[in-house]
Ligand binder design. Structure first.
Ligand code: PFF
Length: 452
């Protein structure tokens, strides 16, 4: 028996759920760092151009495919293509979402552990201690796995409740909470003595730093941050209503995602600069540098330091959970509709599968020889293959699909809600999807592979 398909009940719930899927760990550590390294405000301008010219057209394309299909990503591509080979691009989206979820859950589990550790004062100590704490925790065979399990079970419980009472209701609670936590930490960080140097680092435009790496970096980041080509956007769009204005929704989601990324920079850099620490990137920034920064910056008032730290990791956990929900739903919807099983069974399978991947990704941080090969750990392999190969390939093919394979009238009808909303920019959209986006994605792909 096929389950009845759900949809988002309110416009606000739909925007918050979709933005929740997009806002994640990438906004908090990756965007601020890239901005600081690549010319501050100059990079933010380039990033915004990438979002407007490339991210939004790609997001719109996924909205069109998802809402038209009103089904999981694989079936949505299949319906739009009349069942020909394009459906495998949809399948690639489902696979990408599923593979990402396993390793994303590991890092999300670390965030939960750090909420606990901050609360109980386990990461108050000098720089060496904090460094050692992270190395020891991440390579422990048990503790990270338990946190991975915890965060996957939480995600599963939300997903089992369906689109409206699970995803939408949870996003409506978590996203405003995330925003408030973010604002509280931004204020605390900017008020620190010397914090203005951090703001300068983030916002002072330095156009001399804008080289080709910065442009390509901005493009890659805009795709990652908006969760393009992972099946998430397409799956959520399948729950949109027919009267949803797709262009307006894409603009709102992108605006929220970018705003949160910029605010994350305002949270991190003033605190880091106030204690004279130059923040590094990646896991070390979030799990080693920042605990140190909080310890030092709020040394005079340890209670405030503890609260800021708890808030920060709670914020990260919320961002991670809403992204995990969107990833989980991609595979869950796929299993429900392709295997004709209940949501509960599908969600249980997906959780078990991601846990399986997560366990091995987590264990690859311990010294288990067969979990590292070709110069990377298993965790890094998942990150590399999904982020740097599947993502650009899926994005590229989606643009070609919508731009060249799907009948123009059909795309226009979805874009304009069958002629009921303005279509003045439709021509511009189509031009970008046909020519600009595929070229730009190809450039990033080849650059990442070291071709130029
Ligand atoms: N967009 C998320 C972020 O910025 O952290 C990351 C992400 C979420 C990537 C979901 C992929 C995904 F499917």
């Amino acid at each position: 028996m096929m389950e009845k398909r759900g949809n988002f009940g309110t416009e606000l719930g739909m925007i918050l759920a979709t933005a929740g899927g997009a806002v994640g760990l990438g906004n908090v550590w990756r965007f601020p760092y890239m901005t600081g390294e690549n010319g501050g405000a100059a990079f933010i301008l380039v990033y915004i151009c990438c979002v407007l010219m490339l991210g939004i057209p790609c997001m719109l394309s996924e909205f069109i495919i998802g809402r038209h299909g009103a089904s999981n990503t694989y079936r949505a591509y299949s319906l739009l293509s009349g069942g020909n080979a394009w459906k495998y691009v949809g399948l690639l989206g489902v696979a990408t979402g599923f593979l990402i979820m396993g390793y994303y859950a590991v890092v999300s589990g670390w965030c939960l552990q750090y909420v606990y550790a901050s609360f109980f004062g386990e990461i108050t100590g000098n720089a060496d201690f904090v460094n050692h704490y992270f190395a020891e925790f991440s390579s422990d065979p048990w503790r990270p796995v338990i946190w991975t399990l915890a965060i996957l079970v939480i995600t599963c419980l939300v997903i089992v409740n369906g689109v409206r009472s699970g995803i939408e209701r949870t996003s409506k609670m978590l996203m405003p909470t995330l925003f408030i936590l973010l604002l509280v930490i931004v204020v605390a960080s900017c008020l620190l003595p010397g914090g203005e140097r951090g703001m300068e680092f983030l916002f002072k435009p330095d156009f001399t730093k804008l080289d080709s790496d910065a442009f390509l970096g901005a493009l890659g980041q805009s795709f990652y941050s908006l969760s393009i080509a992972m099946g998430c956007i397409c799956t959520y769009a399948s729950y949109f209503k027919r009267q949803t204005n797709l262009l307006k929704s894409a603009l709102q989601v992108s605006l929220l995602d970018t705003l949160i990324a910029v605010l994350a920079g305002l949270m991190i850099f003033p605190a880091a600069f106030s204690v004279g620490v130059n923040p590094g990137s990646g896991p070390s920034l979030v799990f080693v540098t920042l605990p140190n920064v909080f310890n030092q910056a709020f040394a005079a008032v340890p209670l405030v330091g503890m609260l800021v730290s708890v808030f920060f990791y709670a914020l990260l956990s919320l961002a991670a959970i809403t992204s995990l929900m969107s990833l989980h739903e991609v595979s869950t919807a796929f299993l429900i509709e392709e295997l004709h099983i209940t949501r509960r069974t599908a969600a249980t399978f997906v959780t078990a599968g991601s846990l399986f991947i997560g366990i091995f990704c987590s264990l690859s941080f311990s010294d288990i020889p067969w979990l590292s090969f070709g110069g990377r750990t298993l965790f890094d392999w998942f990150d590399f293959v999904t982020g740097q190969i599947f993502l650009p390939v899926g994005g590229f093919l989606t643009c070609l699909f919508i731009g060249w394979a799907v009948p123009r009238k059909l795309v226009r009808d979805e874009f304009t809600n069958w002629g009921t909303v303005s279509c003045r920019v439709f021509g511009v959209y189509l031009f970008f999807v046909r020519y600009v986006c595929p070229t730009a994605i190809l450039a990033v792909f080849l650059h990442q592979l070291g071709v130029f």
